[in-house]
Ligand binder design. Structure first.
Ligand SMILES: *[C@@H]1O[C@H](CO)[C@@H](O)[C@H](O)[C@H]1NC(C)=O
Ligand SMILES: *[C@@H]1O[C@H](CO)[C@@H](O)[C@H](O)[C@H]1NC(C)=O
Ligand SMILES: *[C@@H]1O[C@H](CO)[C@@H](O)[C@H](O)[C@H]1NC(C)=O
Ligand SMILES: *[C@@H]1O[C@H](CO)[C@@H](O)[C@H](O)[C@H]1NC(C)=O
Length: 473
């Protein structure tokens, strides 16, 4: 009896708390409903036009997936969101050890966000430069330190030490420009490349991007081509730079993650241009070096064709064209995401899975349609964030800087003769006037401003650097 009473007594405050809590939740609910009613009516007129454009665009994307998606279908959720579904009966045998689940057979995407992000890449600089470190707040102290492995400190307290590490691969300004090339091929390493003979077609592109240790030689020539222009490498592969770049002294090496004392020693003896990738860490969408190669290519090419990125849904392992299969990240998610990107006009997928190759791209929404969807997505996003007005290419510039002279080219005094005498800095010395017309027009339209991402995964935070020096160097 005693115990029962005391427990009832101790329960009473809890009941009161619950009631209070419920009342609080209820009033918050009322307030938020009221405020959404207010702002809702004010916005709805302005928003409805954007929503109409985006809904039309969604239907177009849905059609494109139906026609080009090899069985994938798109279910529209609203004007921004859709779900890509693999055909019923697809065998999901891919076990994701990290999340301890079998791969799901459907993926939800936000098309508005995707189109904002990927159209942005077309205007972006994706190579790390000195001007970026100078302009970005704490660029040298914090950010530079993150790009150097085994620095011995978490920040660049000693700036000259960090400069010593980076000088070798740090150009003063962007060595590459948006729209520099018309057509680019990005070649993944999938084993499906051996089922086709895309070699010649790949080589016909203005620039070819490959990744990691992908071999390029007579043995694989008919499958992957022989042209070598850019290679994006992760830290593990960077160790074998000398062997990878043997016989290809003009190939530009872009290190994806961090530089390192040992890499620097190697680079000092190499004739190749070598730079660091400057890009965000994408946590959504497909992962891996392949995605970064697409970002890199998109930052300098009008048309990006991808080869060797597909796997059959039934695979339980990644195959590689040059080695035995190995476990990797999940292929179904990549397959779906790349399909979305194709239907957003970002890339073109080439794959043996397309038995009758459709080299006709009328299923993909037109440039004009994409531009209007992009503009609508941007306006909607700004309105929802309560930021009206100004919608130019600089809306996302969080930090501005100005550079009024050409800085030093990359390099260090202790480079070997091979590097000193090589053409490694030819891209840095390239004059604006010798670029393709479209690149020059873009530069002029942007008023000589280069856009860079801050690190992290934010669409919105850009570092913007205005060049006011005379373009002829
Ligand atoms: C799915 O794949 C697994 C592993 O390869 C296999 O054991 C199973 O029979 C397959 N199921 C179907 C329905 O094909
Ligand atoms: C900073 O680094 C430079 C280059 O390695 C070195 O010469 C100098 O002694 C360092 N300064 C300090 C205060 O440690
Ligand atoms: C580079 O390739 C040539 C033949 O193509 C070979 O003889 C040489 O050993 C290679 N060098 C390195 C460092 O791999
Ligand atoms: C990209 O650059 C073009 C100029 O070439 C500009 O008109 C457009 O607004 C820019 N778009 C973005 C998303 O920055």
């Amino acid at each position: 009896m005693r115990t029962a009473k005391s427990s009832a007594a101790s329960r009473r405050p809890a009941v009161i708390l619950i009631l209070l809590g419920a009342a609080l939740v209820f009033s918050v609910l009322i307030v938020s409903i009221q405020s959404s009613l207010f702002t809702g009516s004010r916005r709805s007129v302005a928003d409805s036009e954007e929503i109409r454009v985006l809904s039309d665009f969604q239907s177009r994307v849905q059609q494109c997936v139906a026609r080009r998606g090899l069985g994938l279908t798109a279910d529209i959720i609203d004007h921004c969101k859709l779900v890509l579904k693999f055909p019923e009966g697809t065998n999901s045998t891919w076990y994701n050890a990290q999340f301890k689940i079998f791969e799901p057979l459907e993926y939800k995407y936000d098309v508005c966000e995707a189109i904002l992000l990927w159209e942005q890449y077309r205007n972006m600089t994706t190579v790390l430069t000195r001007e970026y470190l100078d302009v970005r707040p704490d660029g040298w102290l914090d950010y530079a330190a993150k790009r150097i492995a085994q620095l011995g400190a978490d920040k660049c307290y000693n700036r000259s030490l960090c400069e010593e590490h980076l000088n070798l691969i740090l150009p003063a300004k962007p060595p590459f420009h948006p729209r520099q090339f018309k057509t680019c091929a990005v070649v993944g390493n999938s084993g499906d490349l051996l089922k086709t003979e895309f070699g010649q077609e790949i080589d016909e592109h203005d620039a070819v991007f490959r990744d990691n240790e992908a071999p390029v030689n007579e043995k694989y020539a008919k499958h992957v081509g022989l042209k070598r222009d850019f290679r994006l490498v992760v830290r593990g592969a960077a160790r074998n730079m000398v062997a990878i770049l043997n016989g290809s002294s003009e190939e530009v090496l872009i290190i994806k993650s961090v530089t390192h004392k040992d890499f620097n020693a190697m680079i000092k003896e190499l004739p190749n241009p070598v730079y660091l990738f400057q890009g965000i860490v994408l946590r959504r969408g497909a992962k891996g070096t392949g995605m970064k190669s697409v970002e890199l290519a998109l930052s300098m090419c009008d048309i990006v064709d991808i080869y060797g990125f597909t796997v059959d849904p039934g695979y339980t392992e990644w195959t590689r064209y040059f080695s035995t299969p190995r476990k990797g990240h999940n292929p179904l998610q990549g397959r779906a995401y790349y399909q979305l990107l194709e239907c957003l006009g970002v890339i073109r997928i080439h794959s043996p899975m397309r038995a009758n190759r459709n080299q006709e791209w009328s299923d993909v929404p037109s440039k004009k349609f994409i531009r209007s969807a992009h503009a609508a997505a941007l306006r909607l996003k700004r309105q929802q964030a309560g930021q009206e007005g100004n919608l130019g290419p600089f809306v996302n510039c969080k930090v501005w800087g100005t550079v009024d002279q050409d800085g030093p080219v990359s390099g260090s005094p202790d480079m070997g003769d091979t590097r000193k005498k090589s053409n490694y800095n030819k891209w840095e010395l390239l004059r604006l006037e010798s670029l393709r017309k479209e690149a020059q027009v873009h530069y002029a339209q942007m008023g000589g401003v280069s856009l860079y991402k801050m690190d992290g995964n934010k669409l919105d935070d850009l570092v913007c650097v205005k060049h006011t020096f005379r373009s002829e160097s």
